[in-house]
Design a protein around this ligand. Structure first.
Ligand code: TYD
Ligand code: MG
Length: 457
């Protein structure tokens, strides 16, 4: 390295940006007060000489026809929801990062996956740097039974782990969490950017050379006091985020990067007294507790990957008491709501700027698909007019700036989902309706512009 004389550098704890000087704001990710001085010199054999892992053994370039066809080998996790987010199971030799706020249920999810995968005959090694074996056992007793294929280790030294792996020969290793792991080749403290990055580089090389699959748990904190998993996103094969309200029982697993599948998929779980349960019919779950005959409420349908998800949109609109109207959006994009209200004002002449508006996507799964627009607009109009909409009605469609309602993808899947849950009327873009075979027992109404919606209400 050219900087071999330099002993320390400043690393942004958010994004990993390295700088010779301290700065108050990271010039790359714009976070404040995240630059921390850390040693950069590497010693010993535990560390990696470079920043990148060496992938594979063959060092000579070859043509693709000379590559043996092994195919990607996948094995299921025993959780259909997790498998879907992974793109159809765990790929052998991959490195998967599971990020999320502390206490959201990452350890629980991976512990349950450990039980399932071990029961299917694979060898799993669960390495915890956060909990003692006793604590793990207490939790394990609640969530299931573990056979001899599941082995547990409390360890934070990377060197020890790399020595144990060839003896244990596991198919899958779970590292809980990357922030507690310590690579003696790096001088900074566990959890710092350089530790987290170098440790992951070692694990990445191990995964590619031995075919062992690694799940890495990474905590994200808003303060950025521990190196966020952002630093790791470009190194690992797959990044999953486990999110949800810690005080509510649902949890959403979302893929944000996947070298082996789509990233649009989500998996929905419910945290109970015996760990996480899959939510097999999320639409039904999202709609439970919906008010009957209330104004400002309508059900809409967005696509989460390949799966349609019905959600209730609620709007509360009332005359503002201040000169400046207050707006709030929960579970969806605030700016999109503002835009839709501007369209309503300009195209339909409704004086939205005199009204406060609170929009809520009930159920707690954050959704931002444009197909929600029509539902949001109808909820706003329904609340504004104080007119309840029919309970058995679903509406979806994208609203354009001229007040036109534009077609959306996969209209048929959305209509089918609504029909499955007993809805009988569906408002959808006229453009989508033209290309659709109407199912029985469902009235489809094509909408081409917002004026039509207003007339309907
Ligand atoms: P945990 O998996 O420890 O979170 P993380 O590893 O992401 O920090 O989850 C802990 C939370 O889950 C804790 O608040 C308790 C709750 N929990 C249950 O409600 N039921 C259960 O069966 C288990 C094991 C945990
Ligand atoms: Mg944990």
């Amino acid at each position: 390295m050219a900087s071999s004389k330099k002993k320390t550098a400043f690393f942004c704890q958010e994004c990993g940006y390295e700088s010779a000087k301290w700065t108050g704001q990271c010039p790359v990710c714009r976070a404040w007060n995240t630059m921390v001085e850390e040693p950069v010199k590497m010693t010993g054999t535990g560390g990696m000489a470079g920043r990148t892992a060496r992938i594979g053994q063959d060092r000579m370039p070859v043509s693709l026809s000379a590559v043996k066809e092994g195919g990607e080998v996948r094995f299921p996790t025993g959780f259909g929801e997790l498998d879907r987010v992974l793109g159809g199971g765990i790929v052998k030799g991959s490195l998967i990062l599971v990020g999320g706020d502390p206490g959201i249920g990452k350890s629980t999810l991976l512990l349950q996956a450990t039980a399932n995968i071990a029961a299917a005959g694979h060898r799993v090694l669960y390495i915890s740097g956060e909990e003692s074996l006793h604590q793990i056992k207490l939790r394990a007793d609640r969530v299931g039974s573990f056979g001899d294929n599941a082995r547990f280790l409390c360890e934070t030294e990377l060197d020890t782990i790399t020595q144990i792996l060839p003896r244990e020969k596991p198919d899958l290793v779970i590292i809980d969490s990357i922030q507690t792991m310590y690579n003696s080749g790096v001088q900074s403290a566990p959890g710092s950017v350089s530790q987290v990055r170098e440790t992951t580089a070692v694990l990445l090389r191990l995964a590619k050379e031995t075919g062992i699959t690694f799940f890495i748990v990474g905590h994200v904190t808003k303060e950025g006091t521990v190196a966020g998993p952002r630093v790791l996103e470009h190194m690992v094969d797959t990044v999953l985020y486990f999110e949800g309200d810690r005080y509510a029982s649902y949890r959403v697993l979302r893929g944000v990067k996947n070298r082996f599948g789509s990233t649009n998929e989500i998996g929905i779980f419910e945290m109970g007294s015996a760990g996480l349960q899959e939510v097999l019919n999320p639409s039904e779950y999202m709609l439970s507790g919906r008010p009957v005959g209330a104004s400002g409420s309508i059900v809409t349908c967005s696509m989460e990957g390949t799966r349609p998800l019905l959600t209730e949109v609620q709007a509360l609109v009332f005359q503002t008491n201040y000169g400046y109207p207050k707006r709030q959006a929960t579970g969806t994009d605030y700016n999109r709501v503002n835009l839709l209200m501007a369209v309503l004002e300009k195209r339909l002449g409704i004086p939205m700027s005199d009204y406060d508006a609170y929009i809520n996507l009930a159920g707690g799964v954050r959704q931002t698909e444009p197909a929600l627009d029509l539902g949001i607009v109808m909820a706003i109009l329904s609340s504004f007019r104080n007119t309840p909409l029919p309970d058995d009605m679903v509406a979806f469609g994208e609203v354009g700036l001229s007040g036109e309602v534009r077609s959306v993808t996969m209209a048929e899947a959305r209509v089918q989902e609504a029909r499955k849950l007993g809805f009988t009327t569906c408002l959808l873009p006229a453009g989508s309706l033209a290309r659709l075979k109407a199912p029985e027992s469902m009235r489809l109404i094509g909408i081409s512009g917002l004026q039509q919606v207003l007339d309907y209400i």
